[in-house]
Design a protein around this ligand. Structure first.
Ligand code: GLP
Length: 251
């Protein structure tokens, strides 16, 4: 693993995705030991975290880790999808992590979507995170346009959990999870950038050539506050783990 020089956010080029997954799983394993199993994890969906979830499921199966006291808070969820819809983020998390470990059903939390007063429910969700002691360790992926969670470009860095409109580029990128591209919801609820910045540690996984352009814009250019990923410049313990395809334009 190589730490890239002169990046505004600490960035590590890994030889393989498996190496990054093991490294992050090691961090979680160490925190579980240090905190006697009482850990609050912020989790992400998409292709990038699947390998890490596989590694955590393996460690659970082989008795390295116990997640019975862990609470999880997911970054985002689509509006207007039933919870059991195969493309909902709840269904994704159940398949890739929750059903493969002993994470308790009442310990997993998603931004509120199926309620009438979304604004009030978002406030309660934020209070809930605070009451849990805040997020100890937050996993992030990035969209091709630099979004984090579903905070699209232009989202204020002090934004809180809220309902948002998805951009067409994000709807197109996520159409692969739906039978018909028209089925991709137009709205979602996402943790705000301000909410994300309150997590104690932020870890980003970015793999593949589709991430190369946005990484160049963030890591090799002046600070541009319209790109959500740039918010991580303001965090004391943030790190990016990228593979060689994602690093292709960094020189
Ligand atoms: C979605 C999610 C993001 C995720 C992004 C990247 O838009 N809302 O949280 O980071 O996808 O996904 P992938 O890892 O598949 O590139």
């Amino acid at each position: 693993m190589q730490r890239l020089s002169d990046t505004p956010i600490p960035t590590y080029l890994v030889d393989s995705q498996e190496f990054a997954n093991e490294l992050l799983a090691d961090e979680i394993t160490t925190l579980l030991t240090e905190q006697a199993g009482r850990l609050v994890l912020g989790l992400a969906t998409g292709n990038s975290p699947i390998g890490l979830y596989n590694e955590l499921a393996r460690r659970f199966r082989e008795d390295w880790i116990d997640l019975c006291f862990v609470h999880t808070y997911n970054l985002d969820e689509y509006m207007d999808l039933p919870a059991d819809h195969p493309a909902s983020y709840r269904a994704f998390m159940s398949e890739h992590l929750f059903e493969r470990t002993n994470l308790g059903p009442r310990h997993v939390h998603f931004p509120p979507t199926g309620v009438e007063d979304i604004d009030a429910a978002c406030l309660r969700w934020e209070e809930n995170i605070e009451a849990a002691g805040g997020i100890d360790w937050q996993l992030l992926g990035i969209g091709r346009n630099g979004h984090i969670g579903f905070n699209e470009p232009g989202s204020p860095f002090d934004s809180r959990t809220r309902r948002i409109e998805l951009t067409e580029s994000t709807r197109t990128a996520n159409a692969r999870f739906f039978e018909d591209p028209e089925d991709v919801p137009h709205q979602a609820v996402t943790m705000g950038i301000g909410t994300i910045l309150e997590a104690k540690r932020l870890r980003v996984l970015a793999f593949g050539e589709t991430k190369a352009q946005i990484l160049e814009r963030v890591l090799r250019s002046e600070d541009d506050p319209s790109i959500p990923l740039n918010a991580l410049r303001r965090h004391p313990d943030a790190a990016l783990y990228i593979d060689s395809a994602a690093a292709a334009r960094l020189g």
